[in-house]
Design a protein around this ligand. Structure first.
Ligand code: HEC
Ligand code: HEC
Ligand code: HEC
Ligand code: HEC
Length: 369
């Protein structure tokens, strides 16, 4: 072949077409895909699901089999153990069962800091030296709250440690506050914007909507409720950007698109939204409660390597439980096999902490538009 200009042009053209073809091959999902109606009839709102990805998700989210139920009668744990303020009401057999199963949920295997030694000083179960034991105690109270105070979100499925931990000491999907680079140019301001981040769906949106909306309680709105600026209607551009960033996080956590919770002809209107949006509304308040009451309140207990770069704890978002599914853990009824993780009748769980704790959940209810 002689290298004249035509040949070179043809060759480069072929190369370009090849590269585009290869890119297209990996951009789109292989057909067929399924479309599932997720909103009122006539709204045309549907969620597109790929049966092959769904099969992988189902396999990855299989919960472990529950051990035999324990006898709930007989001697109480508090009668024979020393330091059991949270689980002392259980029967000794139930107490042993939940210790065993928590071990497989968080510290499976044997070795240093594995098995019972994940939370206990070897040979002294009553000792209070390990931070893990204190965290576990608070997490047990949290799990009890998620299965009693937050059933508006967790429904009858409920949650166990497995819903978040899945065999790991620290759940795989956690977040913490990210530093903002000083003096960076306007294109790249880490922690803020214009930096491709999965949390914001790789869009030019703030990468940290979590701090303001899942730890703090900034209002999640894009439009003011009247034409007057502050104080009646204080929706800012930043708030709008945070809102969209959070919405993208919620959609991708649940593996759904926006119409799973909204009718796109009017995003804000509750009347036109399917019931899942209400469930999500409670979910947002629940996550704030998890992060403030149960995790951040233990900040001083955690060793530095369990904290984020700015010294705050590793916190929860929608992905921590949902992991790509609209019903976590394949919709399994998680709590039904673990009565040990329900609060004892008449016991008080820790009071809610965090900004405007009194405005949370059932107290307020979503605001009408
Ligand atoms: C995820 C952390 C964790 C793991 C793993 C764990 N425990 Fe515990 N354990 C606790 C907590 C928290 C308490 C205190 C419960 C309370 O406050 O009511 C406790 C208390 C105990 C007590 C009571 C001691 C006393 O006298 O006060 C015994 C006994 C015990 N655990 C045994 C075990 C055994 C055996 C294993 C391994 C099979 C195990 N634990 C694994 C967190 C854990
Ligand atoms: C809503 C999600 C969620 C649930 C449910 C949950 N945890 Fe956690 N847990 C977390 C997060 C997030 C962290 C990481 C905190 C950090 O490191 O700053 C954590 C950390 C811990 C740690 C410290 C691990 C280490 O080695 O540093 C222990 C122990 C623990 N959890 C025990 C439990 C137990 C026991 C249960 C069930 C009774 C439970 N958790 C349920 C989210 C959860
Ligand atoms: C899992 C349910 C869910 C999904 C998916 C979801 N949203 Fe939302 N959205 C909500 C809830 C709940 C609120 C109200 C939050 C609040 O008031 O605390 C909301 C609020 C909003 C608002 C603010 C409306 C106002 O009052 O100003 C906009 C805009 C919005 N969503 C757009 C989107 C977009 C765009 C997507 C897709 C990228 C999306 N949402 C995906 C549940 C969802
Ligand atoms: C502690 C674990 C946990 C966290 C964190 C969590 N959820 Fe959920 N979510 C659940 C459980 C459990 C259910 C009920 C599943 C069932 O009924 O099978 C649920 C159900 C839902 C549903 C109803 C799904 C349907 O098909 O009807 C929506 C919507 C939802 N969650 C949104 C969210 C959003 C948005 C967030 C983050 C702001 C969030 N969840 C955080 C555990 C969690």
């Amino acid at each position: 072949m002689r290298f004249n200009t035509t040949n070179i042009t043809m060759l480069s053209l072929g190369g370009v077409i090849g590269v585009i073809g290869l890119a297209l091959l990996f951009t789109f999902e292989r057909l067929p895909v399924q479309s599932v109606q997720t909103n009122f009839r006539g709204t045309g709102a549907a969620t597109v699901l790929n049966p092959r990805t769904q099969a992988l998700l189902t396999a990855a989210n299989q919960p472990p089999e529950a051990p035999e139920p324990a006898d709930a009668t007989g001697e109480r744990a508090r009668e024979i153990y020393e330091n059991v303020p949270v689980l002392g009401h259980l029967s000794v057999e139930q107490f042993g069962r939940i210790m065993n199963v928590m071990t497989t949920w968080l510290y499976p295997g044997e070795g240093e800091n594995l098995g019972c030694n994940g939370c206990h000083v070897p040979g002294n179960f009553a000792a209070e030296d390990m931070y893990q034991k204190h965290v576990a105690r608070r997490m047990i109270q949290m799990t009890m709250a998620l299965n009693s105070e937050w059933t508006a979100h967790t429904q009858n499925a409920g949650v166990t440690c497995w819903t978040c931990h899945r065999g790991n000491a620290v759940p795989l999907n956690v977040w913490s506050e990210m530093p903002v680079a000083q003096g960076a140019n306007f294109l790249t301001r880490p922690g803020e914007q214009n930096r491709p981040a999965p949390l914001a769906g790789y869009a030019s949106l703030p990468t940290d909507a979590m701090t303001s909306m899942l730890w703090g309680d900034n209002e999640i709105r894009v439009a003011g409720t009247n034409q007057h600026p502050r104080p009646e209607s204080r929706t800012s551009i930043q708030q709008t950007e945070w809102t969209f960033s959070l919405m993208i996080h919620m959609s991708s956590s649940l593996g759904v698109n926006c119409s799973f919770c909204h009718n796109s002809r009017n995003w804000a209107d509750w009347e036109q939204s399917p019931p899942q949006r209400l469930n999500a509304w409670y979910g947002i308040r629940m996550v704030r409660d998890i992060n403030n009451t149960y995790i951040e309140s233990l900040r001083d207990r955690f060793p530095p390597h369990r904290l984020g770069p700015l010294g705050d704890t590793l916190k929860t978002n929608c992905t921590t439980c949902h992991q790509g599914q609209n019903r976590p853990v394949n919709g399994a009824l998680m709590i039904q096999d673990y009565p040990e993780l329900l609060p004892a009748p008449g016991t008080a769980l820790p009071p809610r902490l965090g900004p405007a704790a009194d405005q949370r959940a059932e107290v307020a209810g979503p605001r009408a538009n």
